[in-house]
Structures are given as C-alpha cells and as structure tokens.
Design a protein around this ligand. Structure first.
Ligand SMILES: Cc1ncc(COP(=O)(O)O)c(C=O)c1O
Length: 459
C-alpha cells in the first residue's frame, strides 16, 4: 500500500490547487528517483526528460478530446492514421502490398489490447468464413499472458507449444504436429517477455502459408526496437511483413515507441482481417454504435502525444536511441557470459535473462535488490530478466552492473538463508509468490487477495 499515506472518501470541498500540485509532483519526483538510477529493468523505456516534457505539453491540449466522437476531432483521425502508417513503414508494410493486400492497423490502449484484438479477429474470421466453432490457437509457452487472456475471454482453446530449453524458441515440430482444422492462428514473439528471444518467425511464416492459418507476431516489446536494430546491422532476423506468412503484428508505441503509457498498434497484412476486430451495434437505442477495438471513449491526449513523439524523434532519433540500448544490452550480456556460475538463456538482444545451474538465482536477486537493482523474476525455470532501456545507457551503469553482479554471485554461493526472500511475481518484484510454489489453487487464492488489497484502502 502507498508509502505516501492516503485519504478516505471524496473531500467535501475541493482542496487547494497549489498544494495538490505540489503534493503530486513531490510523490512523482520520489517515485521517479528510483528508476532514474538506471537500475530498473524495462518499464521506463525512454527515460528521456525532454520527451516526457513534450508528451506533457501535447497531452495538455488534447487530454479532454474523445477520439470516439470523430466528427469533433478530425485531428485524431489524422494522428491515428499517421501513427499506423509510420508503424507499417517500420514493419515493411509496403512489401505486403505485392500480393494484393492492403496493410492497415488499429490503435489500442496497450499491448494486451492489441493482442486481444488480433485474437478476436482470427476467431471471428474463422467463424464467418469457415464456420469454425471450436477455435484453437497454438501459442508458445513464452508468449505473453495476454494471449491466455484472449483465449480465456474469447473461448479459444489455447494449445501451449513448448520451447527448446536451450534456445528458448518455440518447438517447431510441436507447432507443425498440432495444427488441425480448428486452428485459427499461430503465434510467435519478437521478442518474448521472459527471455527477450525471437521465435523462428520465418519458419512459422512458411508453415502458416503451407497450412493456410494466420500468424500473429507479438512485437509489443520488440516491435519498436528490433527493426532499428536490424537496420543498424545487429544480428536480428526478419520478423515483420517481409515474411509472407505474417498476417498481423502488435507493436507498442508506449514501450520502445517512447509514447505515453496507453497506446499500442496492431497491424494487419490486409484489411479483410482487421474488420473482424470491429464492433458494430446498428440496433442500439443510443444510436448506431461502432468502435474499432475493445475500448469505448479514448483520450485524444494519448494519441496526439504518441504522434508527436514519433514525429519529433523520426527515424534518426529511433536509430540513435536503439543503438545506445543495444550497446548497453550486449555489454551487460558479455558480463553475464564471463561469470561461470551464470548462464545466459538463448541468444537474446536488447532484453535478456540469466539463470544459474549452481544456486537459486533468486539469491542473486536478493543481493542485487540491496544494491538498488530491480530485475523481473522469471519462473519454470527461475531466472532474472533485464530488459535494457534508455536509463541503462547512462555513463558508468554497465560497469556498476558488472561489479554488483560479481558480488551478488559470491553472496549466492554461500547465502545466509537457504531459501531466497524474493520470487517471481510480475509487477510485484520481490514478493515471495511463485518461485517455487506450484500449488496453483492456493496460489490463485493468494493472488486474488493480493489484487483485492491493491484496490482497497488500508483500514
Ligand atoms: C512480449 C510482450 N507482449 C505483450 C505485452 C503486453 O503489453 P501491455 O502490458 O502493454 O499490455 C508485453 C508487456 O510487457 C510484452 O513484453
């Protein structure tokens, strides 16, 4: 619960504005101080105060605008179309046009919603065009939880594809063997959240074409950095519309696109698939209702600020920021590779995970926490993930990582307690929730209690 105290109920009269602004600015400053050290994995993808100022300025002019009322804000229709166009440009959408397709996209509230929309589109298309009533999707175990959420919400059977434990890429034989008449889509990540590695998208693309199924590439995390990395000459394979079997891609403007939190793009190879994510209710008493995605009203502030960041940075800005991140990420990986007790997982790039075959890696986490580091914990097997972002590109940070990690390994070889204090709860780093706990029923009850507590004032 909040370390800044809390109020109960609505104040009878509004509070003093200057005091209010001061209080919230103080809180934000204190919270920001942590990630500004550069010791935090992921989450703050840009960390550039100039970009944040631009976002705040543009947001001020458009925060009150509702994109759903399009007649009142033609600017938003323009911004959305241009964000999609820039993203298509980055993903080689032009190359998809050769087979008569019309590449296109939608803007959503985040990566999860882009994934939900794509999976909904695959399910609905399969029902409309092939009367598939028991849809299935083949999803690598490393693919983001949002795919499970989509299957759960939309009644799609999730066929979980295992990964090769060494490469951490999806097992292609499993995918091949499990496609059947109900398969509506295959999924691959570029890169996946647990290890930052990229599935064999080219092989998935070939298979998807051979078997006439859709292929969604999840580039929520890597979509706005891997294309630049490819252009910079780093060893990154094609994962976008250059591959003819790729039918949709999610890419988050609010991650390495450096926009405000609350936007993501879902691209489609062709308009004929996109329309299956639309919602239309022509018979409603409130008037004919339609929305391209799951959300209803949306703030124009987010769209305008995202557009502004993309235009401000341009290709050059993205290339520069990406290069600095790739350099820091590979330097950090070299440090991990030099420590014999640690093992880098697969062949990652901007985001990587490591584990140990000699001790519980969460001992390393316990120690690194004391030195101010916040990694993301992985499970099955236990591992620590570092998603390298702008704040890690600051002077001296990689060296500090190396020194602290070396000390952490000494600590982990002879820890004071047998069981480490930290574990792997997404977004709740350091909470002893899941690392070795596989009683899922009990765990689910605890997670419900945890969520309830986050939504309730303390007594
Ligand atoms: C690979 C991947 N896909 C999807 C998502 C979901 O994105 P969001 O949290 O914006 O919904 C994430 C989030 O980290 C991710 O890493």
């Amino acid at each position: 619960m909040s370390i800044f105290g809390s109020y109960k109920g609505m104040p009878e009269t509004g509070v003093d504005e200057a005091a209010l602004i001061k209080e919230l600015e103080d809180v934000a400053r204190q919270e920001d101080a942590f990630w500004q050290t550069g010791k935090c994995s992921g989450t703050m993808y840009g960390g550039d105060p100039k970009v944040y100022d631009l976002i705040a300025r543009i947001f001020r002019s458009y925060s009150h605008v509702n994109v759903l009322q399009r007649d009142m804000c033609p600017s938003q229709t323009r911004f959305e179309a241009e964000i999609i166009d820039m993203t298509l440009n980055m993903m080689h959408g032009d190359e998809a046009k050769t087979d008569g397709n019309e590449p296109c996209g939608t803007i959503n509230s985040g990566g999860s919603e882009s994934i939900l929309c794509a999976m909904l589109a695959y399910r609905n298309r399969a029902k409309a065009e092939a009367n598939i009533t028991a849809p299935e999707a083949i999803i690598p175990s490393t693919a983001h939880s949002a795919f499970r959420k989509a299957c759960h919400y939309f009644g799609i059977k999730e066929v979980v594809a295992p990964i090769d434990p060494i490469t951490t890429q999806v097992d292609m034989d499993f995918v091949r063997d499990n496609i059947n008449k109900n398969t509506v889509a295959l999924v691959g990540s570029a890169g996946n959240y647990p290890y930052g590695t990229i599935d064999p998208i080219e092989e998935l693309s070939t298979l998807a074409l051979e078997r006439s199924v859709g292929l969604h590439v999840d580039g929520c995390l890597g979509g706005f950095i891997l294309p630049w990395g490819q252009e910079l000459g780093y060893d990154i394979p094609d994962f976008h519309f250059r591959l003819p079997g790729v039918t949709s891609i999610s890419a988050d403007t609010h991650k390495y696109g450096y926009g405000p939190k609350g936007t993501s793009v879902c691209l489609y190879r062709d308009k004929s698939l996109r329309r299956h994510q639309y919602f239309m209710d022509p018979a409603w008493q409130g008037g004919t209702y339609l929305s391209p995605g799951i959300g209803g009203s949306r703030s124009g502030g987010l769209i305008a600020a995202t557009w502004a960041v993309m235009y401000k940075l341009g290709r050059e800005g993205y290339l520069q920021k990406s290069d600095a991140i790739f350099k820091a990420a590979y330097a950090m990986q070299d440090i991990v590779k030099q420590i014999p007790e640690l093992r880098l997982m697969g062949t990652p790039s901007f985001c990587f995970s490591f584990t140990s075959d000699e001790f519980d890696i969460y001992h390393v986490n316990d120690f690194m926490k004391q030195r101010g580091w916040r990694f993301n914990g992985q499970q099955f097997p236990s591992a620590l993930h570092m998603c390298v972002t702008g704040p890690q590109t600051q002077e001296g940070l990689v060296g500090e990582f190396g020194n602290d990690l070396t000390d952490a390994v000494s600590y982990a070889k002879n820890p004071p307690e047998r069981v480490p204090a930290s574990g792997a709860l997404y977004g709740g780093q350091g909470t002893q929730a899941t690392a070795s706990d596989i009683d899922f029923e009990r765990l689910t009850k605890r997670l419900i209690q945890y969520l309830d507590a986050t939504l309730t004032l303390p007594e």
